[in-house]
Design a protein around this ligand. Structure first.
Ligand code: PMP
Length: 285
């Protein structure tokens, strides 16, 4: 693919990326007043598209942007993949909807304001090596708001946390809120306690992960015990294995936390089993 010819979608049109511009008063630019989604395309097949669109619609509902903004999104994506020569390869699709451009006021603009709808598709290089070896993570305070269930484009706490991980030579930061482990800066966090894969329950302090839903269904069907219950940071010392789940990282083993090895410092057995089962799912999409 020639990145100079990248075609993006903006407000009803396919445009060259250089031509795609939004007004300076767009509320996405002014206030991060918008929501987004990231989907994975495997050889042209969109993974869990319906679940991603459903989550996008939920995010819109929660921030009170009209549902009409998401109409027709499903039809745009194949067009984007096709136009960018990605119909047969690995790609990431990004969708963003903001409350639109309007004179700058904190309260909502007039109801006639049209939401800004943007989407792009880019080639994706899966992190095979990291998935094989596992990654170190660090624990950081969860400085986010109390509506982490909304996939808001306001990502400053996530960005700062992720940079802290980079600075520490780690692959992800795991948020701690009131002593409890919530999630990664852009991933679902799971720990294995006594053979059960445990993650924080769905609530206002975590995003409802689509990869997690797929993995937990898979575990249930293959007899791997799972639980969604809150757990404390200090319980992590008893975890035999840990992993991250996300659209981009799929099933990512964690091999150390704040420099302390998890298990023997290599990806755990259950993690490997789940990775293998997930790969099977991907092969058949
Ligand atoms: N939590 C956060 C904060 C995220 O940004 C992501 C990535 N979208 C996830 C969890 C994992 O969600 P998914 O499996 O749907 O990609």
């Amino acid at each position: 693919m020639n990145s100079g010819n990248e075609i993006v979608f903006l407000n009803g049109s396919f445009l060259r990326r250089e031509e795609a511009a939004v007004p300076a008063l767009d509320r996405g630019f002014m206030f991060a007043d918008g929501v987004y989604e990231v989907l994975r395309s495997y050889r042209g097949s969109l993974f869990e598209q319906a679940a991603h669109i459903e989550r996008l619609r939920r995010s819109l509902r929660e921030i009170r942007i009209g549902q009409g903004a998401a109409d027709g999104i499903e039809e745009i994506i194949p067009g984007l993949l096709e136009r960018n020569g990605l119909a047969e390869s690995e790609a990431l699709v990004y969708i963003q909807i903001t409350r639109g451009a309007a004179p700058r006021t904190h309260q909502f603009p007039v109801p006639e304001t049209t939401p800004t709808v943007y989407a792009h598709a880019v080639p994706f290089d899966p992190p095979f090596e990291q998935r094989d070896r596992g990654i170190p993570v660090i624990l950081v305070p969860d400085t986010r708001w109390k509506r982490c269930d909304i996939k808001s484009i306001a990502l400053l706490p996530n960005i700062l946390a992720r940079q802290m991980a980079e600075d520490a030579g780690a692959g992800e930061s795991i948020f701690i809120r009131d002593g409890m482990v919530t999630e990664g800066s852009s991933s679902t966090f799971c720990a294995v306690f006594s053979g059960t894969v445990v993650t924080h329950p769905e609530s206002n302090v975590v995003l409802s992960g689509i990869t997690k839903r797929v993995v937990f269904d898979l575990c249930t069907r293959t007899g791997i015990p799972v639980a969604e219950r809150p757990f404390r940071e200090d319980e992590l010392t008893r975890a035999a294995e840990m992993m991250l789940l996300s659209t981009t990282r799929e099933v990512m083993p964690i091999i150390s936390v704040d420099g302390m090895e998890v298990g023997d410092g290599t990806p755990g057995q259950l993690t490997r089993k789940i990775q293998a089962a997930f790969s099977e799912v991907i092969r058949s999409v």
